[in-house]
Ligand binder design. Structure first.
Ligand SMILES: NC(=O)CCC(=O)C(=O)O
Length: 260
C-alpha cells in the first residue's frame, strides 16, 4: 500500500486556539490539494505550551478539536493524524492525539505516556495509560508524542503489535536537533518501520523550534525532511518496504526476549 503523507510543519501561536485552528485548516487544504492521503499535525497545535493557562484555553473533552478535525477531514477528503491537543477531563488534562479518517470517524485517541519534565508537563498534565495503535486503510499504524521517542521499548511495543508506520507529533526545541534526528532514525532502523515525525517551527516565550519534520523509511533512509520554516513536508511511503526490510535482516525473528 502506497500512501502520500504530509507533515504540517506549522508555527503555533502561543495560547491562541482560534488563530491556530484557522492556520491548520489552510495547511490541511493545501495537503489535500497536493493529493496527500494523510496529513499530520504537530503536538499541542491549538494552544502551544501555554501550560499555565490550559484550564482556560484547553479543550473540554476535546470536543472542539474533534469537531474541527472531522469537518476538515470530510471537507478535504483526507485522513488526519490530528497532532495533539490539551484535552480537559474530570481526571485532569491530557496531551491527546486525535486520529480522524477521511469519512470523519474519530478512530483513535492517544494520550502522551511520558511527560517531559524539562518543559514542565508533569506540573500541568496527566500521563496516558494506553498504546497508540490504530487501523487505517486495512493497515496497522502507531502514534506517539514527542518525548515518547526517547523510550525505545514503547516504540518497539507498537512495532511488535504490527505497526508498519509510526507517527510522531512533536514540539521539539533547540538545541536538540541531533537527538531528534538520531532518535527517529534509530527507531526506524531498529523497528524496521516507517517513522513519520511532524515538528513545529517558530518560538514561544521559552523555546525555539527547528522544524526538520522527517519521513524515514524502514531502512533508516530519509524520504523527506523539512527546513526550519513553515512548510508542508511531503513524501510517499510504500508499506511493502517494511516486509522487504524485515525479510532482508530478520530482526523480529532473531529477537531473544528471554535474555532481555
Ligand atoms: N515536547 C516534548 O516532549 C519535547 C521533548 C524533547 O524536547 C526532548 O528532548 O526529549
Amino acid at each position: 500500500m502506497k500512501l502520500k503523507i504530509a507533515c504540517i510543519q506549522m508555527d503555533i501561536e502561543f495560547g491562541n486556539p482560534d488563530k491556530n485552528y484557522a492556520e491548520a485548516k489552510k495547511w490541511i487544504k493545501k495537503a489535500a490539494e497536493e493529493k496527500c492521503d494523510i496529513a499530520v499535525l504537530p503536538e499541542l497545535w491549538t494552544t502551544g505550551y501555554d501550560l499555565a493557562r490550559l484550564s482556560m484555553i484547553g479543550d473540554k473533552n476535546a470536543e472542539e478539536s474533534v469537531c474541527f478535525l472531522q469537518n476538515a477531514a470530510t471537507e478535504f477528503a483526507i485522513h488526519l493524524v490530528g497532532g495533539s491537543v490539551a484535552k480537559i477531563t474530570p481526571e485532569g488534562i491530557f496531551n491527546t492525539t486525535l486520529i480522524v479518517d477521511r469519512n470523519g470517524q474519530l478512530i483513535k485517541e492517544y494520550e502522551k505516556l511520558h511527560l517531559f519534565r524539562l518543559m514542565d508537563e508533569h506540573l500541568y498534565l496527566q500521563g496516558g495509560k494506553k498504546d497508540g495503535l490504530f487501523h487505517l486503510e486495512n493497515e496497522t499504524f502507531g502514534t506517539v508524542i514527542c518525548y515518547d521517542i526517547r523510550f525505545p521499548e514503547w516504540i518497539r511495543r507498537h512495532a511488535l503489535s504490527g505497526a508498519k508506520a509510526i507517527f510522531v507529533s512533536a514540539e521539539w526545541p533547540n538545541p536538540r536537533l541531533h537527538h531528534w534526528k538520531s532518535l527517529l532514525i534509530a527507531r526506524a532502523i531498529e523497528n524496521q518501520c516507517y517513522i513519520i515525525a511532524c515538528n513545529r517551527v517558530g518560538s514561544d516565550p521559552k523555546n525555539q523550534f527547528f522544524g526538520h519534520s522527517l519521513i524515514i523509511d524502514p531502512w533508516g533512509e530519509i524520504v523527506a525532511e523539512g527546513m526550519e520554516g513553515e512548510e508542508l513536508v511531503t513524501g510517499e511511503i510504500d508499506l511493502k518496504n517494511v516486509l522487504h526490510v524485515r525479510n532482508t535482516i530478520p530482526v523480529f525473528e532473531d529477537r531473544l526476549p528471554k535474555f532481555y
